[in-house]
Ligand binder design. Structure first.
Ligand SMILES: C[S@@+](CC[C@H](N)C(=O)[O-])C[C@H]1O[C@@H](n2cnc3c(N)ncnc32)[C@H](O)[C@@H]1O
Length: 245
């Protein structure tokens, strides 16, 4: 699929500023840990660097070679205000299909990036593409939320996740296609509200395990965060690690 046709899924990153900081700190800790377990830590990691490269930049600063795949040229332009193409090479393209040079110990998608692929088929292809980039024994790490469908009673269309004076956020779900939309109403200093939307496909942990199997990977670990807190029925998110055979 051409990059433009995906912009509906990739656009609208209203919430990203807050979470990028969290993702960056987490990947700094967790990514290093996974790399330490990896067969060839010198092979480094590959991921979607985003506009600020909050995951990629700190990893690179710690001496880990990193390469990225990013759909949005403006995101890459912002990354370039921080790091050069020599420090973090980035291929502009779709993470489901784009190949970057090299073989890696770690491929990662932090903070719900997998959801930017809005069909199951694209998410499956993304797992296959991750596997293509890994050395034998290499790992694919995904951080993503658990769908909040247990909070969606029959007949109700929306689940609020933040209601405050400054921001109202709620998700709407299509339970047939698993497409969802995060809606954000953010208060401006003049008291008016800016509306933003972010389209994504929600995906179950077990569904991701099956995608991994299709790509020749097995689940190695799953925690509810980067500290390895056990994943339980009440976990709101997970950090999962699959290992290629
Ligand atoms: C949550 S951010 C990246 C994670 C985080 N900022 C980091 O530092 O690692 C998600 C990024 O994925 C990009 N993106 C969305 N759809 C994509 C696709 N199909 N292929 C590649 N990148 C995509 C977006 O443009 C955005 O920059």
């Amino acid at each position: 699929m051409a990059p433009e046709s995906r912009s509906r899924c990739a656009g609208g990153h209203d919430e990203q500023r807050r979470v990028d900081r969290r993702a960056g700190a987490a990947l700094r800790r967790g990514g290093r840990d996974v790399l330490r377990r990896g067969p060839r830590a010198d092979r480094g990691g590959a991921g979607s660097p985003g506009r600020r490269g909050c995951g990629a930049v700190p990893l690179r600063a710690k001496g880990v070679p990193v390469a990225g795949i990013e759909l949005s040229p403006p995101m890459v332009a912002q990354l370039r205000t921080k790091v050069s193409v020599e420090e973090i090479p980035v291929a502009i393209g779709d993470m489901a299909t784009t190949r970057v040079e090299g073989a890696f110990s770690l491929v990662y998608l932090v903070y719900n990036t997998i959801g930017n692929l809005c069909t199951q088929e694209e998410q499956v292809e993304c797992f296959r593409n991750a596997a293509r980039h890994l050395v034998p024994g290499g790992r694919f790490v995904v951080e993503v939320g658990v769908p909040s469908l247990r909070r969606l009673p029959p007949g109700q269309a929306a689940v609020p996740f933040d209601v405050s004076d400054e921001h109202v956020g709620f998700d709407t779900y299509d339970v047939v296609t698993q497409e969802a939309v995060s809606h954000h109403l953010t208060r401006r200093p003049d008291g008016s509200y800016r509306r933003g939307t972010h389209h994504f496909r929600y995906v179950w942990p077990s569904e991701l395990d099956l995608m991994a199997r299709l790509a020749g990977m097995e689940l190695e670990s799953r925690g509810e965060d980067w500290r390895g807190t056990p994943f339980t029925a009440s976990s709101g998110a997970h950090v999962s690690v699959w290992r290629v055979g």
